[in-house]
Design a binder for this molecule. Structure first.
Ligand SMILES: Nc1ncnc2c1ncn2[C@@H]1O[C@H](COP(=O)(O)OP(=O)(O)OP(=O)(O)O)[C@@H](O)[C@H]1O
Length: 475
């Protein structure tokens, strides 16, 4: 019975534990059920929200598809539209351009006319004077005085003190010793540009040895003279006009020494001759002369146009005196793009041989012959310019190689500038007076139609200025 009691007790415990286990399982499953229910509820909510999102995605997709389908059509249309707009703008611009070009042409023609009037007013033959500044190396004697003075109120006059007397010279323009290369160039710039319009222009530097002729024409690397500035200006104008004109620029360079012509651009300085052109135009030409085409200002720098090759011999006056004339000839051929008409202009830049008087340079034999040739050619140049300025019918071109060679460029319709270089020092006063008298001789000839028959002023005598022909300087 004890066993039975114990078994019953055990059963009772087991019953209790079973009930506890059942209770715990019931609790647990209720909790699971609750969680499951909540999860299901959430899922249900999300499922209900899904169809509208899907619907909107579907529409987006459909619209995207149709956009892709329409894109190429749209793209083509947009390009065509842009093309239309661009071509309309181009047409408008080219119309405006045509208008501008027309206005520009008119302006250029007007400028040319005014330029012509200006040159005519100033005279087709002009005589300028440049006074060389006193450099240290020129003052051989201490305290040498300056005898040449310019007038700040009158830019066409200068005075020279000689033998206690002040002599006044009237020229077209006088450059004071401090005048810059730029100022000198400014004065002749219109002439330079006129060669582009088909004119023949000559620019001469005249004066005694060492008076600055080469400085004025060639200058130095830092301070270039007329030659370089003229070429630069020519190419500037050619660039400005490139829409209307095309130009070909050629250069040649000769030296005249003892009435013999040599090519300065050929290596061996070939001797040359002046002949009548066989083309029947009656114009002169120099067979065998080297002519170089230059495309730009930069290009000209590569062509040696300096007078380095010139024949120079020492004289008592200057160890490196230049005893020859050096000519740089620039030819500009233009073609009008619209009409096809052509022009040919020439710019002759001439660095003349020293003009000092033969006995002063102590010349004998060959040197005397050389000096005589120089004087004779300078004198014939003076005669030619004087005759041209006086509008005489006979112009003595054939009296020297120099004037013969330049005949085409010195004749009717051409323009000439003579830059007379003088020293301001007392020791050079004789030569200075001679050069100024040469200048004045040319300058005094009146211009203009009413003066065409006026007598040429008498050229007179100064004891220190005996030239080799009958023409003498004025006292
Ligand atoms: N306006 C100036 N300013 C500064 N230096 C000058 C000027 N003019 C001339 N010179 C200098 O004076 C010297 C002589 O000048 P340049 O050689 O030009 O004389 P030139 O008349 O050509 O002589 P030549 O007859 O021997 O050729 C040179 O050293 C030159 O640089």
């Amino acid at each position: 019975s004890t066993l039975r009691e114990e078994l019953l007790k055990e059963i009772g415990h087991l019953e209790e534990r079973k009930e506890e286990a059942v209770k715990a399982a019931a609790n647990c499953s209720a909790e699971h059920f609750q969680n499951l229910f909540l999860f299901l509820e959430g899922l249900q909510k999300r499922l209900t929200a899904l169809p509208p999102t899907l619907r909107s995605m579907k529409t987006d997709y459909a619209s995207l598809r149709s956009q892709v389908r329409n894109f190429s059509d749209f793209y083509g249309a947009a390009i065509n539209d842009a093309k239309r707009q661009i071509s309309a703008a181009i047409n408008e611009m080219s119309e405006a351009n045509k208008d501008l070009l027309e206005k520009y042409r008119k302006e250029v023609a007007l400028r040319r006319k005014y330029h012509e009037q200006l040159v005519e007013l100033k005279g087709n033959i002009r005589v300028l004077c440049r006074v060389k500044p006193v450099l240290k190396e020129d003052q051989h004697e201490e305290g040498q005085s300056v005898v040449v003075t310019t007038d700040p109120n009158n830019e066409s006059s200068l005075s020279v003190m000689s033998k206690g007397k002040d002599r006044i010279f009237e020229l077209d323009k006088v450059f004071h010793p401090q005048a810059t290369q730029e100022e000198v160039f400014q004065e002749i710039e219109p002439l330079v540009t006129s060669c582009i319009d088909g004119y023949h222009v000559c620019i001469f530097a005249y004066g005694q040895t060492g008076s600055g002729k080469t400085y004025t024409m060639e200058g130095s690397v830092e301070n270039p003279g007329i030659n370089q500035r003229a070429l630069k200006q020519l190419f500037n104008v050619i660039e400005e006009r490139k829409d209307m004109w095309t130009y070909t620029v050629t250069v040649s360079s000769v030296e005249i020494y003892n009435e013999v012509l040599r090519d300065l651009l050929s290596k061996d300085g070939e001797k040359l001759d002046i002949k009548i052109n066989p083309d029947g135009t009656g114009q002169l030409h120099v067979p065998g002369l080297r002519v170089i085409e230059v495309k730009s200002f930069q290009h000209i720098k590569k062509v040696d146009i300096s007078r380095r090759n010139r024949i120079t011999f020492g004289t008592q006056m200057n160890q490196h005196s230049s005893r020859s004339h050096a000519l740089l000839c620039i030819t500009v051929e233009g073609t009008d793009l619209a009409s096809g008409s052509k022009t040919t202009g020439k710019l002759n830049l001439v660095d003349l041989a020293g003009s000092e008087r033969v006995w002063k340079s102590g010349a004998e034999g060959e040197r005397l012959k050389e000096a005589q040739n120089i004087n004779r050619s300078l004198l014939s140049l003076g005669d030619v310019i004087q005759a041209l300025r006086a509008r005489q019918t006979h112009i003595p071109f054939r009296n020297s190689r120099l004037t013969y060679l330049l005949q085409d460029s010195l004749g009717k319709g051409s323009k000439t500038v003579m830059v007379v270089q003088v020293s301001a020092l007392e020791s050079n006063v004789g030569e200075t007076l001679c050069s100024l008298k040469f200048a004045q001789r040319v300058c005094k000839v009146e211009l203009g139609p009413e003066d065409m028959n006026a007598p040429i002023p008498k050229v007179c005598v100064a004891p220190q200025c005996h030239s080799l022909t009958e023409v003498r300087c004025v006292e």
